[in-house]
Ligand binder design. Sequence first.
Ligand code: SAJ
Length: 429
Amino acid sequence: MRDKKKNPQGVAIVGLGYVGLPLALLASRKGFKVFGIDVNPEKVKKINSRESVFEDQKIDAELKTTNLKATTDFRVIEKVDTIVICVPTPVHHHHPDLKPLKAASIAISRHLQKGQLVILESTVNPGATEDVVLPILQKNSGLKAGEDFYLSHCPERINPGDPDWNVANIPRVIGGLGKESLEKTLNFYRVILDAPLMPMSSIKEAEAVKIVENSFRDINIAFVNELAMSFSHLGIDTLNVIRGAATKPFSFMPHFPGCGVGGHCIPVDPYYLIEYARENGFRHRFLELARDINEEMPRFTAEETFRALNEKGIPVSGSKVALLGLAYKGDIDDHRESPAFKIADHLASYGAEVRVFDPFIPDRSTVPNLNAALEDAQAAVIATGHTAFKNLTPHDFLSRGVSIVIDGRNCLSKRKFLAEGVTYRGIGR
Ligand code: SAJ
């Protein structure tokens, strides 16, 4: 039964990154008094002076009109009804790192009030909300979860750079610690979102949904990456085969091979389940294998480059290679877990001189522009499908002496490049 939309009150969003800031701006737009808490004073200062914090025009525009007040001071927790935790849950060397989540929970617990609702949006393994967050919130506040305060999990589904799906319209799943926590969380999101909400029968189910949806994507990408490595030996164009398979109008979902899987979701989330299941006596061999295959792609891409250089009698050591793209996907400035860095390391480890250029990430580029990257290079590797790179022509390379193009995102026309005499290699084509 849909409750009538309750009047918005105060909300504190803990963590003002790719997840928290869009949510804070949306809550403000929906009439909430919004406090945003972040441990980075620089970011707090920028947000309060309404300066851009990451390359997103929509967010920059909303910053101008929002009532959001950013702070590093957790005492604002005492002024709100709802607290939403959106802190990073990274993975280091394949092991989940819940330190930021624990630190945020401790800071919140010091100011937690009776009757408040705490919602965790950060991606975690099943069990983390009740086994990690709940005890911390209870211990330092002396309050009882599910009675004195309410606790739930609503996994974030932000998709950076997506023109269609955003924080307001993406459907969400919610798991609550008991009926009241669930109802209060549903009411909160009914006011904030214009999207279907699916109540789950437990917090663990809600935690598992996010891990499952992203593991699903990782294993499907691994499937086509393995096909690409196999078909590259068989002279079969993997991209054409996938496009052919995608003409089947049912029960096939196309994914595409590439130089690797980056971002803060897909290559990270499966390790949460792998680790948690292992701690509970089960080994996810399939998830582990998918991760191994996807982690292999940067090396495969570097070796395709070596093979192409050798075919032209150019020794790898001392060769000049342009690496185009650092971002983990096209037309964004996010390079978290990007395979591009691993490709650069593989190339350099065999003595290549690597010039790195990403127009979205100048501060991590080693050359200022495309010309400096390509000038008298023997090979170029495309690691990110930026539109600027998709529009490059054979002449853009050949006119600067570059005769080898390794298309790590299969984003160029193989036919055109081969016709102009470029040594073109895609991933699996
Ligand atoms: N990638 C491939 N082949 C593919 C798809 C992606 O190699 O067929 C690579 C990309 O190049 C990138 C990485 O995988 O390096 C991740 O790409 P992504 O398109 O999955 O982008 P993300 O990381 O922004 O994933 C988000 C996820 N959203 C959330 O977790 C809330 C994911 O669930 C979405 O499916 C995905 O966006 C999406 O569909 O765009």
